[in-house]
Design a protein around this ligand. Structure first.
Ligand SMILES: Cc1ncc(COP(=O)(O)O)c(C=O)c1O
Length: 453
């Protein structure tokens, strides 16, 4: 097929033969997705050769940008050597052993003791929830099966993750979901359900409600609380350290496990290596994915601390086995990709870059607020940020679909790829972003907001 017939083929078939996550298939067919064809540093290039700064970073994951030679080489070397072998009982591979040791070492400050490898974020969440339940069975407390989480939280789309997700659109189409999941209000200051304007007071209120619910459910029925250290897909809300420290204290008080969903916040995105470290909190389980391979290979892990590892190690009855796993758990190519990604991430100290360039970008975006009425609030930490768009600043009524689509289209015209979720623009650019590239994002958005009115 020559270039032009290939393009015709792509345009004729785009959106017709595959479902697109989070999209309505009829809408996808009439308004087909952008076709991304190449990547270079922080830029992506579509099938027509248009090159834009990827302010989305793939999907929160391409921390090293699109052309990291070391990760690509590690993947191809491993493909040449051994493209696959199973990690089920009885066999493993060298990179799988190496990565597990490396992760436990990196996560010593959080007290992590062992890794369970997965193929992505939803798998990591599912594994964490199942291990939490199994932990309590091993402890002889089989009534502890319930999960608590936050409204607005996002934990992937498997049945377990969907059940603890805080958005009703993830529930309604797939119910009945897991029994015993309870969703608590999130202390999101800009859009909080109580009209409280003092953040610490809001956090205190939410923690009180959580404690009340724990007691109402009875603590000895609750397996775990799962939350994102910085709430991501639900609108990038950066909580106070007191929220996370308060959560840890409540979990300790009632012996509940704390699961940190670090699928987005892991590996430097917040400006710290992990979101839990940012809050100075040690969870019992930490879910990883996305940036662990910079998106170059589907991969993830659920890490557990000694409390959970010891329970497995010391259990002698039938419940002590790990009767859970995926064909691709510990995939050697994924492990090789992860090892190279970690090396690159640490060598370039990308967490520090996320902190520095992130605070520069957030400050510059806040500067746009004075010029453009559509911008209600800019919030974020490190290189994860949101622009909450409003139809009316005084009421904070969310902006409608039309202006949001217009901003995204005009941003593309100006050379910037952004992601719109409802009335919120979510950005998570590669962590290699420079200040010049951050300026390009701001200038592109300035143009886009100006055009969208
Ligand atoms: C916090 C969080 N947890 C879990 C997931 C699910 O990860 P995946 O899409 O790789 O299954 C996501 C995906 O965006 C996420 O943001």
């Amino acid at each position: 097929m020559n270039e032009s017939s290939k393009l015709n083929f792509l345009h004729a078939n785009n959106g017709k033969y595959s479902f697109h996550p989070m999209g309505h298939p009829a809408e996808v067919e009439t308004n087909p997705p952008r076709i991304m064809d190449k990547g270079e540093g922080v830029y992506v290039i579509n099938e027509a050769g248009e090159k834009v700064v990827d302010a989305v970073g793939g999907l929160w994951n391409v921390n090293l940008g699109y052309s990291n030679a070391k990760v690509k080489k590690a993947i191809s070397d491993q493909l040449d050597r051994l493209p696959y072998y199973s990690n089920f009982k009885g066999t493993t591979t060298p990179p799988t052993i190496e990565l597990a040791e490396r992760l436990v070492d990196i996560m010593k400050p959080e007290g992590m003791a062992k890794a369970f490898f997965t193929s992505g974020g939803s798998d990591s969440i599912e594994s964490a929830l199942k291990m939490a339940r199994q932990y309590w069975k091993m402890q002889g407390q089989k009534d502890r099966y319930k999960f608590m989480s936050f409204k607005k939280g996002y934990h992937g789309t498997h049945f377990g993750g969907a059940s603890v997700n805080g958005g009703e659109r993830f529930h309604r189409s797939y119910e009945p979901l897991l029994q015993g999941c309870f969703h608590m209000p999130y202390p999101s200051l800009y859009r909080n359900p109580f009209g409280i304007t003092d953040e610490e007071q809001l956090v205190e209120t939410c923690l009180k409600l959580i404690e009340e619910e724990i007691n109402f459910q009875s603590p000895d029925t609750i397996a775990a609380f799962i939350a994102e250290p910085v709430l991501g897909a639900g609108g990038v809300y950066v909580p106070t350290h007191s929220l996370w420290q308060g959560l840890r204290a409540l979990c300790d008080k009632y012996e509940i496990l704390l699961i940190a969903d670090e699928v987005v916040t892991g590996f430097g995105r917040t400006g710290e290596w992990f979101g839990s470290r940012y809050h100075s909190v040690k969870p019992d389980i930490m879910c990883l994915a996305k940036a662990i391979t910079s998106g170059y290979f589907p991969f993830g892990a659920a890490m557990v601390n000694d409390r959970i590892n010891d329970a497995y190690m010391n259990n002698e009855d039938a419940f002590g086995g790990m009767f859970h796993g995926y064909t691709y758990s510990g995939h050697p190519v994924g492990c090789a990709a992860a090892l190279a990604t970690l090396e690159e991430t640490f060598e370039a100290n990308l967490a520090a870059n996320a902190k520095e360039v992130g605070s520069y970008l957030i400050a510059r975006l806040r500067g746009l607020q004075e010029k453009h009425e559509l911008i209600g609030e800019v919030r974020g930490v490190g290189l994860m940020m949101a622009i909450d768009c409003v139809a009316d600043r005084s009421t904070r009524a969310p902006a409608g679909k039309e202006p949001m689509t217009a901003v995204a289209d005009h941003a593309w015209e100006a050379g910037v790829m952004i992601r719109v979720s409802g009335n919120v623009i979510i950005m998570s650019p590669p962590l290699i972003l420079t200040k010049d590239e951050a300026d390009k994002i701001v200038d592109g958005l300035d143009y886009a907001f100006g055009k969208a009115g």
